[in-house]
Design a protein around this ligand. Sequence first.
Ligand code: CA
Length: 456
Amino acid sequence: MALGFLLSGYSQEESLPDKPNFVLIVADDLGFADLSLNGSQQIPTPNIDRLARSGVNCTEGYVSSPVCSPSRAGLMTGINQVKFGHDNNLGGNQKGFDPAYLGLPLTEKTVADLLKPLNYTNGLIGKWHLGKEAHFHPLQRGFDEFWGYTGGGHDYFTALADGKGYKCPIECNYAEPGPLTYITDDVGTESVKFINRHKSDPFFLYAAFNAPHTPMQATKEDLALFSYIKDQKRRTYAAMVHRLDVNVGRILDALEENSLRENTLVVFISDNGGPVNSNASINAPYNGQKGILLEGGIHVPFIMSWPKVLKRNTTYTHPVTALDLTPTMVALAGGKLNQADFDGVNLIPYLTEEIDDKPHAHLQWRFTISAAIREGNWKLVRLPDRLPLLFDLSNDISEQNNLSLKHLDVTERLLRKLGKWDVSLPHPVFLEGAVWRARQLGLYDKEYQLAQPAKK
Ligand code: CA
């Protein structure tokens, strides 16, 4: 059957390439607008642009949640995380919920679990955010090597032996971690060392950068590069994105220096949209931000580069999702998967146009108080306190014109489809504090910057 072939196809092809390496680079809370690739005048990102030129820029790329932890739960499993109750961010849990369940459910396999029996060496450098209890630890979830922190963020300069929260110690299972220099550089350095150590193995490197998530901290040298930006928070953010870009470049250089670039699939995404106020990011031309299901929360930069197979400097315009990345990697590694176990698909035959169809007939989201569906160019968002929002993305990418009453037939059809899916899902395994529900509604009422700022 076609789908079975898609997932196992490369292991059966005569033109079987050597097992490719995988480098999954994830930015944290990056604004869609804030790459020169996407038109930023303020923040040049030559290395991320260079990555895009070496492969495919998926311009309709989504994540499965507008916040960190559930987005990463979907990314790591290839399954929409609401199917296993990982709807919410890990945070202050509600009374009555057992902290032993506060993480990626142990019923689920990660991409690292799936790659391990296929002889891959798996490394996580940076942020985990899929549970702090020992049984959720990345080294229990398929990773061979880990340098980083299990929480949702970290101070950029300081890790203390007895530190808590963002100043917690850095964990590392293969060396004694030294003091932080600047964490974005340290993630880059450890990623380069991982590539050098494992250049002879098939490897999966998950480079999970902190940047440009809060706290807003940059080096003096990088801040000086952006002195033309008057707003201090925005200037700091620009410096943080710049440093992220430099370290993406270091990773690409390490692959090139080891002659690994041709047969390495490098992916770059952000885990969710920019949170606007907290880090001064901009999601233009998309409306909304981190935490909500308007495009600004879930429509992210999405680059896939595998020079050996994918055309260079191309764009792909059908919607794709981060849920596709696990099935893609496992299929390319020679794994045999049952497509029914995944919400994502192996994207490679779509990107090569071997399959002349869309990867997804529709995409769906559920996040705390909200749910959304995209089918073709229709996008419907369902909220508890107002009529549904219906947008035609073919001529309204900024989601400005609610057509729900004008196209009542579409509204009713999509509401029914979305609702049927929603009620088929299990309850969340853990909840965030109720305060976030009211805050989230407020985020739908805000006005967002929908155009790129001028350089100065
Ligand atoms: Ca995030």
